[in-house]
Design a protein around this ligand. Structure first.
Ligand SMILES: [Zn+2]
Length: 292
């Protein structure tokens, strides 16, 4: 089976993860711009991070046979440093124009502060003006109210709902998003958010339309194989291989294909050439390069 993980922070993962993901059938990933676990203090560190997403990390993924795309944004956690956030907003449009950038995201609420609302609105406007899809995350606390408010803001901005995926949904918030034309994102986590079996139950109850599943793996405790593991749980529950392919491979690509920078046609199994270098750097440490 083939899989696509549409939300995973590979910069904080290891080469073992890439090898295991490729072996499990993951052909491609989308890496949303994210925070670092501690706040950045100057715009230059955003610039270097964004450059790494479109540069080194894309190369690193290619060395293990995985296609790497990313999304660009000021994340909700860092929206509250308003002076810095204003500087980040100035550089964002130029990063949104780069190859491999398939959406604006992840944006949304964290504490639901005024500053968060301001930069959520500004970034939804940016996505609308660039005709790009948007990845909107829902807050971990006060999730229902945060999701309701998120949907109101999306409607106020007037961005086409099919251009938006609302992520980290659960049993409480999915029904709210079912009332919209937005895509429905779910992050499968080892202990919190959502499990494979709960995800299967949601697919049984609500159907497959616009459903998307990701691992949201990052520098915290998380599992980069949760998409293929959800595939196994779906097959065990009686879903067909065609259903698994639709939800865990074609749906996320169809969603991000609205950017014009990714397509199902290009999603053949990538070839690996580990003799390649990126700015003179290799992912190898003396091993014989794999060339397929
Ligand atoms: Zn994330």
């Amino acid at each position: 089976m083939r899989f696509f993980d549409p939300h995973i922070h590979m910069l904080s993962r290891t080469t073992d993860d890439y090898e295991n993901m490729a072996a499990a059938g993951i052909l491609g990933v989308v890496e949303p711009a994210f925070w670092q676990g501690q706040p950045r203090t100057r715009v230059g560190t955003f610039i270097d991070y964004f450059d790494a997403l479109v540069g080194w990390e894309r190369f690193r993924a290619s060395q293990f046979g995985i296609r790497h795309y990313c999304t660009m944004a000021l994340n909700p956690k860092e929206a509250n440093d308003v002076a810095l956030a204003e500087e980040v907003m100035k550089i964002l449009p130029r990063y949104c124009a780069k190859d491999g950038v398939v959406a604006v995201g992840e944006i949304g609420y964290d504490d639901m502060s005024e500053a968060e609302e301001r930069f959520l609105l500004e970034q939804l406007e940016l996505a609308r003006s660039l005709d790009m899809p948007v990845l909107v995350h829902t807050p971990h606390r006060d999730k229902k109210r945060g999701t309701e408010r998120t949907i109101e803001v999306i409607r106020d901005v007037g961005i086409a709902e099919e251009m938006v995926v609302i992520d980290h949904l659960n049993e409480q918030t999915l029904p709210l998003v079912m009332e919209t034309g937005c895509w429905r994102g779910h992050s499968i986590y080892p202990h919190t958010k959502m499990s494979e079996s709960r995800m299967v139950a949601l697919l049984q109850q609500y159907g497959l339309e616009k459903m998307i599943v990701n691992s949201a793996a990052d520098w915290g405790r998380s599992d980069p194989l949760k998409v293929p593991k959800t595939g196994a749980a779906m097959l065990e529950a009686g879903f067909s291989e065609e259903d698994v392919d639709r939800v865990l491979f074609r749906h996320p690509i169809e969603f991000y294909a609205q950017s014009g920078r990714i397509s199902l046609d290009e999603m053949t199994t990538p070839t690996v050439d580990q003799t390649q270098l990126f700015e003179d750097n290799s992912v190898l440490r003396g091993q014989t390069p794999v060339v397929e």
